[in-house]
Design a protein. Structure first.
Length: 319
C-alpha cells in the first residue's frame, strides 16, 4: 500500500484542509494535520486513513547552536471514517492533538514508545461517535481550562498513560472522560490550579474503572478522582493526595435510576488504595453515595486540616 508523507502546516496539508487532493487521500476528512507554519511533525498518511506520526524533525543544517527540533499539532475532526493514529518513538506535539469522528467511526491511538504533548492550550482531545482506544505517555498543559486528556465517546473508552499527565491552569482537569463505559490505566496525574480535578469520569451505560499510581492535586476544589457511573465502579491505586480546601480524595456516585434497572450486583463499588491524604480545610478522604455493595480498602487515610472528614459512606443498596 502506498504511503504519503506530510508535514503539519505544509502546503499539502493546507491543501487537504481546504478540500484539495482528496482523490489522492481517499477517505480522509478535509481537515487533516492542520498546524502552524513552523510545524514539522512528519506524518505518513495511508489511503485507508491510517496516520503514522514521527518524532520532531531536527533543525536544518546551518541552524544556530541549540536550535530545538520543531514540532507541530494535529487537527483531524469530523472524520466519517475510523481514525488509526500511530505515534512513533519520540513523538512530540507542541500544541493540542484534536481528533474526532462522525457516523459511528472509532478512534485508535497507539504509542510505539515515549510520546509527548506539550501545549499551552488543551492536550489530547478526542470526540468519537464510536469508541476510543488510546495510548500516550506524557501530556502537559499550562492554560486555564486546558484539560490534559479530554475524551468523549458514544461507545467504550479505554485509555492508557504510563508517564505523567500534568496541568497548571484553573478548571484544567488532568483526565476527563465520558463514554458508555470507561477504563483508565494511568501512572501519574498532577493538577495545580483551582477546580482542576485529577481524574473525572462519567459512564453512560456501563462500568467505570480507574487504576493509577499517583493522583496529586494542589488547588482549592480539586478532588483527586470523581466518578459518576451507571454500572460497577472500580478505583484502585497507590496514592491520592490533595492539598487545597474542599478537595476530597475521591467521590463516587451512581445514577439512581440506572441502579434500579440493574438491581443487585449492577452498581457495586470497589475501592482499593494504599494511601489517601487530604491537607486542606473541608477536604474529606472520600465520598461514596451510590447504590449497590461498597467495598473500600485504604491502608493509610490521613485528613490533616480542620473540618476534614474521613470516609462518609451514605450508600443505600439497590432495591
Amino acid at each position: 500500500m502506498p504511503k504519503y508523507k506530510l508535514f503539519a502546516g505544509s502546503a499539502a496539508a493546507k491543501a487537504i484542509a481546504a478540500g484539495a487532493l482528496l482523490p489522492l487521500f481517499a477517505g480522509i476528512a478535509p481537515s487533516v494535520l492542520v498546524g502552524s507554519a513552523a510545524a514539522q511533525n512528519a506524518c505518513t498518511v495511508e489511503p485507508d486513513g491510517t496516520i503514522s506520526c514521527s518524532a520532531p524533525i531536527p533543525p536544518p543544517p546551518g541552524s544556530p547552536p541549540g536550535t530545538p527540533p520543531t514540532a507541530g499539532s494535529i487537527d483531524l475532526t469530523a472524520s466519517p471514517n475510523p481514525l488509526a493514529v500511530t505515534l512513533e518513538e519520540g513523538f512530540v506535539s507542541n500544541g493540542p492533538m484534536n481528533l474526532g469522528t462522525i457516523g459511528g467511526a472509532d478512534v485508535a491511538i497507539v504509542s510505539e514508545g515515549v510520546s509527548t504533548i506539550e501545549s499551552t492550550s488543551s492536550g489530547l482531545v478526542v470526540d468519537s461517535s464510536g469508541g476510543i482506544e488510546a495510548q500516550i505517555t506524557n501530556v502537559t498543559t499550562t492554560a486555564d481550562s486546558a484539560t490534559g486528556v479530554l475524551l468523549r465517546a458514544v461507545d467504550d473508552i479505554i485509555f492508557t498513560s504510563d508517564g505523567l499527565i500534568s496541568t497548571a491552569g484553573a478548571n484544567a482537569d488532568g483526565v476527563n472522560a465520558e463514554g458508555r463505559s470507561v477504563t483508565l490505566n494511568l501512572n501519574d496525574v498532577s493538577t495545580t490550579g483551582p477546580n482542576a480535578q485529577g481524574v473525572e469520569v462519567g459512564t453512560l451505560d456501563g462500568p467505570a474503572t480507574v487504576t493509577f499510581d499517583l493522583i496529586d492535586t494542589s488547588g482549592d476544589g480539586s478532588t483527586g478522582a470523581i466518578i459518576r457511573s451507571t454500572g460497577d465502579t472500580t478505583l484502585a491505586g497507590n496514592l491520592i493526595r490533595t492539598r487545597g480546601t474542599d478537595a476530597a480524595g475521591f467521590s463516587i456516585t451512581h445514577d439512581a435510576a440506572a441502579c434500579i434497572v440493574l438491581r443487585a450486583g449492577g452498581c457495586d463499588n470497589t475501592v482499593t488504595l494504599d494511601e489517601v491524604t487530604t491537607d486542606g480545610f473541608g477536604s474529606v478522604g472520600g465520598l461514596v453515595s451510590a447504590g449497590g455493595n461498597t467495598d473500600v480498602t485504604i491502608s493509610v487515610l490521613r485528613t490533616g486540616a480542620d473540618a476534614g472528614g474521613g470516609l462518609p459512606l451514605p450508600a443505600p443498596p439497590c432495591p
